[in-house]
Design a protein around this ligand. Structure first.
Ligand code: ZN
Length: 178
């Protein structure tokens, strides 16, 4: 059993003794829901669930930078770094890119997004998010064998980016020596 303590993606505090889980999804339906609930996309980043919205948009942009960059453009790595630095503070900017992507989906002109994985305390995962996402309680992925089992399952999904999934595993277990 590993003793590595992962950090919650929302409150940034350690998730001690695996008291949390991984929320897995591309979160697009969820973000639409948040925007509708808040009344507009600016309010969605400031409301009660603003921390979750912001954590998700940062992950989404990192994992799907090509799909979420402006139409027909592949973002340069330098531009990505600049955007990312700006986006750490400018949450609304990220949400704007995601909304633009949704417009492209409506026009049938958008690649499918890969899933992202948000590691959360139970208390940092609002029920409305659990309703939309796929929740993996950490007790179901608390050793290397279970992690391998999940990896084998997720590897078969076309929405899985294994690089992103492995980053999530490293957040839980650290680097595993081979
Ligand atoms: Zn937390």
């Amino acid at each position: 059993m590993t003793t590595f303590n992962p950090t919650c993606g929302v409150c940034k505090k350690p998730v001690v003794a695996f008291a949390g889980g991984i929320l897995a999804n591309n979160f697009i339906v969820q973000l639409n829901h948040e925007i509708a609930e808040a009344g507009n996309w600016v309010a969605a980043t400031d409301g009660e669930q603003g921390a979750q919205v912001n954590a998700v948009t940062l992950l989404l942009l990192d994992a799907n930078k090509e799909a979420l960059s402006p139409r027909g453009q592949t973002q340069s790595f330098k531009q990505h770094l600049l955007d990312r630095r700006m986006d750490r503070a400018a949450h609304k900017n990220r949400l704007r890119k995601i909304l633009d992507y949704q417009e492209r989906v409506a026009q049938g002109d958008a690649p499918e997004l890969k899933d992202v994985y948000l590691l959360l305390h139970d208390r940092c995962a609002p029920q409305s998010w659990l309703d939309f996402g796929f929740w993996i309680p950490l007790e179901r992925i608390n050793d290397h064998q279970k992690a391998l089992g999940w990896t084998m399952q997720l590897a078969g999904k076309h929405t899985t980016d294994l690089r992103v999934w492995v980053q999530t595993l490293e957040g839980i277990f650290g680097r595993i020596a081979v």
